[in-house]
Design a protein around this ligand. Structure first.
Ligand code: FAD
Ligand code: NAI
Length: 469
């Protein structure tokens, strides 16, 4: 048997690699098992990082085509060099996954290549693509095996024409017609990428709204903004079948979610973006007795302990939002718990960002949740049309919405639609982390002229009133 480790992490995504680094920093002897050729998991290889590279590049393309004119910059017909854009994406991924390699070496973390499975508490088997299976002894194990795209029954994903996010990040030409199934985060982000590059995008969503879980006022207004950008929506609708046609296209059979009316949509590419499911294949969890919940997620307690002693789980494979930063923070928490510290994640102050244009950022409760919970709340709102910097940047779409407790003034949630919303949200995250009140924010000086002044103005409107409206 190979050398004994204090910790073996299965999976090198944001959950696994961050847990490994923190555990090594805290003095543990750590190994990470990864079945893919590169480290970094879904997020760095086929998720957050490549999607943001394409979102940025496609936004610049769109700006050059339409936005620059009003600023006095004439660029006649900017051309699209898709192979170069994809090269930028691949280089961004390579640089990030290489960064994890570097950090592992720096922190003396052993990388074990192959499929990891748990043979028994304290015993991990690593099966490489070729060569013998290695047995590794360890005091503790973290399962950080992540998630994979959910698929629709009867619809065969080929990652060329009928794609998940993975295929949608590597298309070799711009589809004339793209149908996106699911108006969630992936559908709207990757739908935006291809719409900006020239696709006619139709989004088919089962529910009667986009972005379920987000504040419904935000979702409603954001849908209008996307429609203005040319995206079409078919809500309360589902795709029941996809057929490949003789001329190389697709025909999607679409029907009302409740059944009844049917319609056929033509498309060149269909993107299935209906959610992701926890990935536990090959881990041997049934053999060792690690319990799953009703949705196939690894069941953990508040200290991320599974039903088997010495085996922990974090990230997309357990309950909670499937977000990279959630996985990272759980990784840090488990590492701290392993050395006897009080590792903890504050899920009440967990931001979520949709990286479209404008961006959507949110933290804490939505108005819908406060209503449902019967909490007495007040709303502070400020539009970017009244913000000087937004006017200078021609970025006046959107608003800041802050929800605070009527009695205590404590901020319970915040939602921003606007340029750079994903950066601005963090002052509200910090405020909520410290259980701050709207007045704390209202009395904090903000530099002028910045978009962030709209955040302060929204909090001022919860007191004696915003200044600039
Ligand atoms: P993963 O990142 O899925 O990593 C799991 C790793 O475990 C993989 O490398 C896998 O190969 C490995 N593995 C699994 N089983 C085994 C085994 N038995 N043996 C060895 N290795 C194994 N989140 C955000 O917060 N922001 C974003 O902008 C964002 N964008 C996204 C865009 C897309 C297109 C997608 C698909 C997701 C996006 N996400 C984003 C979600 C984010 O990628 C996930 O929440 C995050 O990657 C979860 O991290 P994880 O460590 O739990 O698992
Ligand atoms: P999602 O859960 O965000 O959205 C899926 C959408 O598909 C929902 O609106 C749902 O109602 C709809 N849907 C489900 N079944 C359907 C059907 N049969 N027909 C039509 N619509 C249907 O899932 P998505 O977009 O696939 O993303 C997966 C995960 O990845 C999310 O949980 C998200 O947290 C994470 N992610 C995060 C990003 C970010 O933080 N910016 C970016 C991309 C992904």
């Amino acid at each position: 048997m190979a050398d004994a480790f204090d910790l073996v992490v299965i999976g090198s995504g944001p959950g696994g690699y961050v847990a490994a680094i923190r555990a090594a920093q805290l003095g543990l002897k750590v190994a990470v098992v990864e079945k893919w050729p590169t480290l970094g998991g879904t997020c760095l290889n086929i998720g957050c990082i490549p999607s943001k590279a394409l979102l940025h590049a496609s936004e610049m393309f769109e700006e050059a085509g339409h936005g620059f004119k009003a600023l006095g910059i004439d660029i006649p017909n900017p051309g699209l060099n898709l192979p170069q854009m994809m090269k930028h994406k691949s280089e961004t991924v390579a640089s990030n996954v290489g960064g994890v390699d570097y950090l592992f070496k720096k922190n003396k973390i052993t990388t074990l290549r192959g499929i990891g499975s748990i043979a028994a508490p304290g015993k991990v088997l690593v099966t490489p693509q070729s060569g013998p299976t290695q047995e590794v002894a360890t005091k503790n194990i973290i399962i950080a095996s992540g998630s994979v795209a959910a698929t629709l029954p009867g619809i065969q994903i080929d990652e060329k024409q009928i794609v998940t996010s993975t295929g949608a990040l590597t298309l070799d030409k711009v589809p004339a017609k793209l149908v996106v199934i699911g108006a969630g985060v992936i559908g709207l982000e990757l739908g935006s990428v291809w719409a900006r590059l020239g696709s006619q995008v139709t989004v088919v969503e089962y529910l009667d709204r986009i972005l379920p879980g987000m504040d419904s006022e935000v979702a409603r207004q954001f849908q209008r903004m996307l429609q203005k950008q040319g995206m079409e929506f078919k809500l309360s609708t589902k795709v029941s079948a996809i057929e490949k046609t003789e001329n190389g296209g697709l025909k999607l059979k679409v029907e009302a979610a409740k059944g009844g009316e049917t319609e056929v949509l033509d498309a060149d590419v269909a993107l299935v973006a209906i959610g992701r499911k926890p990935y536990t294949d090959g881990l041997g969890l049934d053999i060792v007795g690690v319990a799953l919940d009703e949705r196939g997620r690894v069941r953990v307690d508040a200290q991320y302990r599974t039903s088997v002693e010495g085996v922990y789980a974090i990230g997309d494979v357990i309950a909670g939002p499937m977000l990279a930063h959630k996985a990272e923070d759980e990784g840090i928490a488990v590492a701290e718990i392993l050395v006897g510290q009080a590792g903890h994640v504050n899920y009440a102050a967990m931001p979520a960002v949709v990286y479209t244009n404008p961006e959507i950022a949110s933290v804490g409760k939505t108005e819908d949740e406060l209503k449902a919970e019967g909490i007495d709340y007040k709303i502070g709102k400020f539009p970017f049309t009244a913000n000087g910097r937004a006017k200078a940047m021609l970025a006046t779409q959107g608003f800041v919405k802050i929800l605070a407790d009527v009695e205590t003034d404590r901020v319970l949630g915040a939602h921003i639609v606007g340029k750079n919303a994903g950066e601005m949200i963090h002052e509200l995250v910090v405020l909520m982390e410290f259980s701050g009140a709207a007045e704390d924010l209202a009395r904090t000086t903000h530099a002028h002229p910045t978009l962030s002044e709209a955040v302060r103005e929204a909090s001022l409107s919860l007191g004696d009133g915003a200044i600039h409206i």
